[in-house]
Design a protein around this ligand. Structure first.
Ligand code: PLP
Length: 461
């Protein structure tokens, strides 16, 4: 740690004593004081009091312009009026029945109208959805293995808890990465059924199919890798995966949990003009409520329709969340909203690029739809191993410096990205850019002092 970063951490602690206390107390009963491991960061996370529109307040009373937005789950922004109205209305007439009530059909129609799917099943979290999508692929193909990308995150269940953030010593061959289970408690054998390929590398996927011609049920991919900052697919990559899976009789599953309600009106399917076999949706489609869904063709969904594959959940299609989802699809995720947010994002990306250039930072800004990130790399990253080499202290300096000046530029951790909601304004983007311009010279000075660019153009700090 270097002095400018230490100073930002001191400022953070001076501004947020109540968050520190709250974290200390919570840690006594709740492991690391948070409900989801990602939410902890040292020295302690901010504790939130409230949120409205594009802003939140912490319990010390500090206000923040919020681009965390619950890890990108709030394209609607906080307490969107249309969502609130629909939920409040629903709360008075019954919250949970465990019986059909009509809203499931209405919401399924909305999803089928904009994604290339014919039938939909619902759940409460992205993890459940990717889990059931893999089951669906196995049920349809009668095969057992799946392929995921190195560094890809698809939730917390076992089949995808493989090579999420492997360490350098575990990597293996760059063309044929070693499958590494990513948590204690996951059976080592899980890695036998989850094969791993590098992102943006079609020959590596082709090789895995050639080695396991009749065993691979599905390729599961996030169309833009958004758990390594922002990593765009090369042109032709997604159509290439579509082609390979079709040739080998496997399902092509696109995990649109992040992109689905944020990249474009019809998600990544529309944005990249690809038609996967199964689409996974979550996060922003619920407008702040726990809604997730998977969709596929009638033919694929037949295994559920004929009751050959089991999918269930007490909270599936609960009317409160379905009302939130309907309001979100009809009144938040509109074509105009995507236009508004994309415009704001372009302004933010352009402003970052200008400041990066002016300050002499070795970095770039990358983004699409409602998302973007400051990437501390000399070149555009194409996969997990490119992303792996980052000056973590420099990124931490960026995040705390922005936060101390009232801008939560993105969730904590350098594998995340900013989100812009429909409730953000041009003035919000101006404020974000002013704060970044204010701190960029200090970041550039720190970077120059610390960085040596290695022979492959990667950082050694
Ligand atoms: C691409 C992707 N898929 C799946 C998930 C899991 O969703 P959830 O946290 O709702 O279980 C996430 C969560 O961040 C995600 O980013």
């Amino acid at each position: 740690m270097y002095p400018a970063l230490e100073k930002e951490l001191e400022t953070y602690q001076k501004r947020t004593p109540k968050s520190r206390k709250a974290h200390e107390r919570a840690s006594n009963r709740v492991p690391i004081g948070v409900g989801s491991n990602y939410r902890y960061y040292p020295p302690y996370p901010l504790s939130v009091r409230d949120g409205k529109g594009s802003r939140i307040h912490d319990i010390d009373g500090n206000e923040y312009l919020d681009h965390n937005l619950c890890y990108g789950a709030l394209f609607a922004g906080h307490c969107h009026p249309a969502v609130m109205k629909a939920v409040e209305k629903r709360l008075r007439i019954g919250t949970l029945f465990g019986m059909p009530h009509g809203l499931e059909l209405e919401l399924a129609e909305e999803i089928c109208a904009r994604f290339p799917v014919e039938m939909v099943r619902f759940g409460s979290s992205g993890s459940e959805i990717t889990m059931h999508s893999l089951r669906l692929a196995r049920a349809v193909t009668g095969r057992s293995k799946i392929i995921k990308m190195e560094g890809g995150y698809h939730g917390g269940h076992d089949a995808v808890s493989v090579s999420v953030k492997p360490k350098e010593g575990q990597f293996g061959d760059p063309e044929h990465p070693t499958a590494v289970v990513s948590s204690l408690g996951v059976l080592k054998g899980t890695a036998d059924a989850t094969l791993v390929a590098p992102f943006n590398n079609l020959p590596a996927v082709e090789d895995l199919f050639a080695e396991n011609p009749d065993d691979i049920a599905a390729v599961l991919v996030e169309p833009i890798m958004m758990n390594i900052g922002i990593c765009m697919p090369d042109e032709g990559y997604l159509p290439g995966l579509r082609d390979i899976t079709r040739r080998y009789g496997a399902m092509f599953i696109m995990d649109e949990v992040k992109t689905g309600g944020k990249l474009a009106y019809g998600g990544a399917c529309e944005y990249f003009n690809v038609k996967p076999d199964i689409v996974c949706l979550g996060k922003s489609i619920g407008g702040g409520f726990p809604l997730a869904a998977f969709g596929a063709s009638r033919e694929v969904m037949e295994v559920i329709a004929k009751q050959k594959m089991f999918h269930a959940g007490t909270y599936n299609t609960n009317p409160v969340v379905m009302a939130a989802g309907l309001a979100t699809f009809r009144e938040v995720l509109t074509r105009e909203a995507f236009e508004h947010v994309s415009k704001l994002n372009q302004k933010l990306l352009d402003g970052y690029q200008q400041t990066i250039k002016k300050a002499g930072l070795i970095a770039y800004a990358e983004g699409a739809g409602a998302n973007g990130a400051l990437m501390f790399y000399p070149h555009r990253i194409r996969n997990y191993r490119d992303w792996y080499h980052i000056d973590e202290d420099l990124w931490t300096h960026y995040w705390f410096a922005m936060t101390n000046r009232g801008v939560l530029s993105q969730p904590y951790w350098w594998d995340e990205q900013w989100t812009i909601s429909v409730q953000h304004t041009e003035a919000d983007i101006d404020e974000h850019l002013e704060v970044f311009a204010d701190i960029a010279p200090a970041l550039a000075a720190a970077q120059e002092e610390r960085m040596t660019v290695g022979p492959l153009g990667t950082y050694a700090s």
